[in-house]
Design a protein around this ligand. Structure first.
Ligand code: FES
Length: 110
């Protein structure tokens, strides 16, 4: 039996992103050439991969409160490297890290 495939789209891009429940959304983006967090940690530790889910369902691993506030989470924001699709998705890339200047430097934001 094949693995269930979900189709994801990002606002501003016409690329079709192929999702599976075992691959986090950031990896799925990279697989089709969307490299929005080139210096990101890919492990939930920097916040540069933040997205907002517009339509669809995701499941997430533990997300650091340092990079995702309660308000953001309630508003549908998730860290793409900690989130996995449970359905077809539409999302918007947000990507602003909430961290100190030296951390912003490290991840290429200043
Ligand atoms: S790439 Fe660092 S939190 Fe996702």
């Amino acid at each position: 039996m094949g693995e269930k495939i979900f189709l994801m789209t990002m606002e501003g891009s016409n690329k079709e992103i192929i999702g599976t429940k075992d691959k986090h959304i950031l990896d799925a983006m990279l697989a089709v050439g969307i490299d929005k967090a080139p210096k990101g940690c890919h492990g939930g530790g920097c916040g540069v991969c933040k997205i907002k889910i517009i339509k669809g369902e995701v499941t997430t691993l533990t997300q650091s409160r340092k990079f995702l506030s309660v308000e953001e989470e309630k508003d549908g924001h998730v860290l793409a490297c900690r989130a996995f699709p449970l359905s077809d998705l539409e999302f918007e890339f947000i990507g602003k890290p909430k961290c100190k200047v030296n951390e912003k430097k490290k991840y290429g934001f200043v």
